[in-house]
Design a protein around this ligand. Structure first.
Ligand SMILES: [Zn+2]
Ligand SMILES: [Zn+2]
Length: 263
């Protein structure tokens, strides 16, 4: 298995730092053979400007910049251009347009319906059972669209849930089973792992979720979710994740489905 990462952000999203080129250079230093960018998708919101993602206008430059760098570094690393995409049903038509511009989408299901609705963040409000149900329902609906190449941080709900209780187990099993039914890989997220270590908590990734994954024939990919270039050159977390998942006999993959390859 070669070392890959399909979850890289850039400073365009306003909460990550570093240029595209610096992420590429750090990834090469970190031994990655494949680097996919999946910055937070822009959305054509009306009367609202998101402070956690690029604007719709910035997208073309994101793509042309990466297309240029892909050529420049082609002998060192394979670059892919993707997006981390929410499941917002009212914008599904917009996704059909975006799909023609990039190589892949990963599902980053952070918000219920829209990010500017109070209480919509699954990373905070999943202490409520109702929000757990919404997370499950929207994750499954997103998987069933066939638009996404994998589910990023599927155990994101643990940031709000805090305790891996019976409800968490039921939701986990249903998400894992839905992924298997659609051949959809699950991502073990290193940005979450870093957050857990810094804050001395266990939210996501949560070991119980991954132990449950190991009971199934699921495919798993490690995602750095880099918001800083250094996350790609310092590989301790990656190595720990690789060892943890290997110990659980989880099937790790190093490639994902791309739009262009379907054509
Ligand atoms: Zn982010
Ligand atoms: Zn995310």
């Amino acid at each position: 298995m070669i070392k890959v990462n399909f979850h890289t952000h850039t400073e365009r999203c306003k909460h990550a730092v570093g240029s595209e080129e610096s992420y590429i250079q750090h990834a090469i230093a970190g031994g990655f053979k494949v680097l996919g960018f999946a910055d937070h998708t822009p959305w054509p919101f009306k009367d609202y400007v998101s402070n956690i993602r690029m604007t719709v206008d910035a997208l073309d430059n994101y793509i042309t910049t990466l297309t240029h760098l892909k050529q420049k570094y082609q002998s060192d690393i394979d670059i892919y251009i993707g997006l981390e995409v929410e499941y917002f049903p009212e914008y599904l038509e917009y996704l059909e347009i975006l799909k023609t511009k990039v190589d892949y989408f990963i599902l980053g299901n952070h918000f219920y319906q829209n990010e500017n609705i109070k209480g919509s963040y699954y990373g905070r409000n999943t202490h409520l059972d109702e929000m757990m149900d919404r997370y499950l329902e929207t994750t499954i609906a997103a998987i069933n669209t066939g638009l996404y190449s994998y589910v990023a941080h599927p155990d994101l709900f643990m940031r709000g849930r805090k305790v891996f209780d019976a409800k968490a187990e039921i939701i986990s099993r249903k998400i894992i089973e839905a992924c298997i039914a659609k051949n959809m890989p699950l991502e073990y997220n290193l940005e979450g792992k870093k957050y857990n270590q810094i804050n001395n908590v266990e939210e996501y990734p949560h070991h119980r979720f991954w132990e449950i994954v190991s009971e199934y024939p699921a495919e798993v990919i490690i995602g750095v979710d880099a918001h800083q270039p250094e996350s790609l050159s310092k590989t301790v977390l990656y190595d720990e994740a690789y060892q943890f998942l290997s110990r659980l006999n989880i099937k790790l993959i190093d490639r994902i489905k791309l739009f262009s390859k379907e054509k």
